[in-house]
Design a binder for this molecule. Structure first.
Ligand SMILES: Cc1cc2nc3c(=O)[nH]c(=O)nc-3n(C[C@H](O)[C@H](O)[C@H](O)COP(=O)(O)OP(=O)(O)OC[C@H]3O[C@@H](n4cnc5c(N)ncnc54)[C@H](O)[C@@H]3O)c2cc1C
Ligand code: FES
Length: 282
């Protein structure tokens, strides 16, 4: 059992949990993720470690409540428990040889971008961070990005905060202004990552994308997280989650990510009827 040490509500959709998980925290590196289950009947879901404290033995999870498991997690309070936390999984972010990067996060993807951007900055890399959101009420982690990167650029689709426009507009502006990036890192909805990586390619800049495919076992056995990169089958859980953005078959990934929409909608309705009935105690 893994205790919720701290809970911080970031906005009506996103929550930050600090979880007591000493063995995971001891080995965690930026870019890696865990798979958790809330209870014995629960599904396994992957979440990036937004941070970790190996001395305190804790890991940080920042998640959006989008479906059954994340809605169940929203019912947890400090002192409650998750049933399983397995990790660290996946390959850590590769940082060697990089001097200056631009990390581009979109929506919930900013939760995944946070450990990458700040981890790279801590590694001595100059990091420009473009954080894109739908509108002002969706903005998260502003103070954390400002403290943990070199330059933060916030965009909102409707212009209600930061600069009006998409992350691609801002990236183009920064490149055209003469910023020399060794790498562009894209983390967010697959469609956004596709366009960010295409733009990087058009300027001859290498790109890396952190893919969020469906996962079950997280060990490369089930095939659930298969994606196509450079014409070859890869598994996001063991070969990724970060891949060369120029080589990802984006259309295939986007198609696979929409396979279970109907079942997920049914599941969400089921949880709503249960709300208040599911609790986790010592
Ligand atoms: C390596 C990895 C790291 C991730 N890290 C984070 C994180 O740090 N924070 C966070 O909020 N989310 C993260 N995700 C996405 C997260 O796993 C899903 O939001 C979660 O599985 C949803 O589970 P659910 O039961 O609540 O919703 P479900 O009912 O299973 O799904 C609800 C909706 O969420 C979306 N969704 C479901 N699974 C995924 C998925 N694997 N990737 C993208 N969208 C999905 C779909 O739009 C779906 O309609 C990560 C995914 C991967 C693969
Ligand atoms: S989650 Fe099963 S192969 Fe990746």
């Amino acid at each position: 059992m893994f205790k919720v040490v701290k809970k911080r509500v970031l906005n009506e959709n996103m929550t930050w949990l600090v979880i007591d998980a000493p063995l995971v925290a001891k080995h965690a590196k930026p870019g890696q993720f865990i798979i958790l289950r809330t209870d014995e009947h629960g599904e396994r879901i992957p979440l990036t470690m937004a941070g970790h404290d190996s001395e305190a033995g804790t890991i940080d999870l920042i998640y959006a409540a989008v479906g059954r498991t994340t809605m169940l997690m929203d019912q947890l309070e400090e002192g409650d428990y998750l049933l399983d936390v397995v990790g660290p999984l996946g390959k850590p972010t590769e940082m060697d040889g990089l001097k200056k990067v631009c990390v581009v996060g979109g929506g919930t993807g900013n939760a995944l971008a946070y450990p990458l951007a700040t981890g790279m900055h801590d590694h001595g890399i100059e990091v420009d961070m473009i954080a894109g959101y739908k509108s002002k009420e969706h903005v998260i982690l502003e103070d954390e990005f400002r403290a943990g990167t070199d330059n933060l650029y916030i965009t909102t689709d409707d212009g209600s905060y930061g600069e009006k426009g998409f992350t691609t507009d801002k990236l183009k502006e920064l490149i055209e202004a003469g910023n020399k990036y060794d790498e562009i890192v894209a983390v967010g909805p697959p469609m956004m990552m596709k366009f960010i990586c295409k733009m990087a390619e058009s300027y001859g800049i290498p790109s890396v994308a952190s893919l969020t495919a469906y996962m079950i076992d997280g060990t490369g056995m089930c095939g659930g997280c298969r994606c196509v990169v450079g014409g070859e089958n890869k598994f996001v859980c063991v070969d990724g989650p970060e891949f060369d953005g120029a080589l990802v078959d984006w259309d295939e990934l986007i198609k696979r990510n929409s396979y279970y929409k109907e079942q997920e909608a049914d599941d969400r309705a089921h949880v709503c009827r249960l709300t208040g009935g599911v609790r986790y105690h010592d």
